[in-house]
Design a protein around this ligand. Structure first.
Ligand SMILES: Nc1nc2c(ncn2[C@@H]2O[C@H](COP(=O)(O)OP(=O)(O)OP(=O)(O)O)[C@@H](O)[C@H]2O)c(=O)[nH]1
Ligand SMILES: [Mg+2]
Length: 367
């Protein structure tokens, strides 16, 4: 089955093998009088799938004598009943990835990655990698190494390694952790950014206890906002656990939104963020609707989660912080850890003057 499980208008099944057309002909009743194996290839045929218990409308299309596609109603029941009837004639159901034959070529990895990406923007970049942008870059570097342009090759490999930070997020959302003292409006901000009521909001400090994740996309980049418990000293066991979870999340975040309340006089930076300079932080001053403040008097982003003021500006700031310079569509990007580690190994070999090994590794990656 080529289409994913779950709701969908259409499900697609491909049958491959020497008896493919024969087994489909056993169940398929088309409107044409011609036997299925004599219908011209690639013609789309409408008909019914007849078994003792079902009669299901669908279309079939024979690519050649060893391959035929079925497109039926989506969902669970229709495709499963077709798969069951095919199995009753000896067909074996295989996971779709097996149809890719190998999983360690860049094109096959791109197909797998495409099924995991969430936005059109990330899909467009992966499609370019599938169409050869990354392989062409690797081949170019290989030629440089083989013709003695080692310095240039090394520079291009290092440039490729730098794309990994971005490339890994083509299939995995960026994690944005929202932190700050209780009651500053963290949950309200999460709700305002995603556009629906994901987190509970009350005027009581200490409302959020657990981690609350909300997935969305901003400017075409997939993000996961993680709402957390407000940081404060507490004796409450439940709240303590929530705060400890919040701290763990901060350590693995791609970006932290550190929320402060404009109406509260002392707004020190939470101790959890001090000494973690490697994590980018955006300071968000919330409750702008309650105070009169000049925008350039304060460093950070000013918002009102209540009125929506400044939320678009916050979204733009998040996008900027995550992807400082979006790559052009024609740019090669490393998008699996296998690719990243292999390129790293090639660089290590080059630095150790092991040229034949470097060329060998790079050749294996170019497939
Ligand atoms: N006027 C105004 N009130 C806000 C704003 N943002 C949040 N609030 C209010 O502030 C209170 C706390 O908001 P929450 O979003 O629950 O704050 P929190 O930081 O998630 O709080 P904890 O979960 O307790 O840590 C609620 O009464 C909100 O309605 C804002 O921009 N303006
Ligand atoms: Mg909250």
């Amino acid at each position: 089955m080529l289409t994913p499980l779950g709701r969908g208008a259409i499900a697609s099944i491909v049958i491959e093998g020497p008896a493919a057309v024969e087994v489909v002909a056993h169940f398929f009743r088309g409107q044409s009088e011609l036997p299925l194996n004599q219908v011209p290839c690639n013609r789309i045929l409408f008909g019914r799938w007849k078994t003792a218990s079902t009669s299901e409308e669908l279309v079939v299309c024979r690519s050649d004598n060893n391959r035929i596609e079925i497109h039926c109603h989506g969902g669970h029941a229709a495709p499963q009943s077709i798969l069951c009837s095919l199995q009753s004639l000896g067909c074996r159901v295989v996971p779709w990835k097996q149809l890719l034959k190998t999983s360690d070529t860049i094109a096959a990895e791109a197909i797998t990655a495409l099924t995991q990406c969430e936005t059109e923007r990330t899909a467009a970049i992966l499609l370019q990698q599938h169409n050869g942008v990354l392989v062409q870059e690797l081949q170019h570097i290989l030629q440089q190494l083989q013709s003695g342009e080692q310095t240039q090759g090394l520079a291009r490999l290092n440039a490729l390694l730098e794309t990994w930070d971005f490339g890994q997020h083509l299939t995995e959302p960026w994690q944005i952790v929202v932190t700050g003292a209780p009651n500053v409006g963290k949950s309200s901000l999460v709700n305002a950014v995603v556009g629906f009521r994901r987190s509970i909001v009350t005027s009581q400090a200490g409302t959020t206890r657990d981690l609350v994740a909300a997935d969305t996309a901003i400017n075409g980049w997939p993000i996961r906002l993680v709402d957390t418990a407000g940081l404060r000293p507490t004796a409450n066991r439940v709240e303590k656990q929530g705060i400890s979870l919040a701290r763990q999340q901060i350590r693995t975040a791609d970006l932290v939104l550190e929320v402060r309340d404009l109406t509260v006089a002392s707004n020190l930076q939470p101790p959890d963020l001090i000494g973690q300079p490697e994590i980018p932080v955006i300071t968000v001053w919330n409750k702008l609707d309650l105070v009169d403040v000049k925008e350039n008097a304060i460093s950070g982003v000013l918002t009102s989660a209540q009125t929506g003021l400044g939320i678009q500006n916050l979204i733009d700031n998040i996008s900027q912080a995550l992807v400082v310079a979006p790559p052009s569509l024609a740019a090669p990007v490393l998008f699996t850890s296998r690719q990243y580690h292999l390129v790293q190994q090639v660089v290590t070999c080059l630095l150790a003057q092991q040229m034949p090994l470097a060329v060998h590794q790079l050749t294996s990656l170019c497939r």
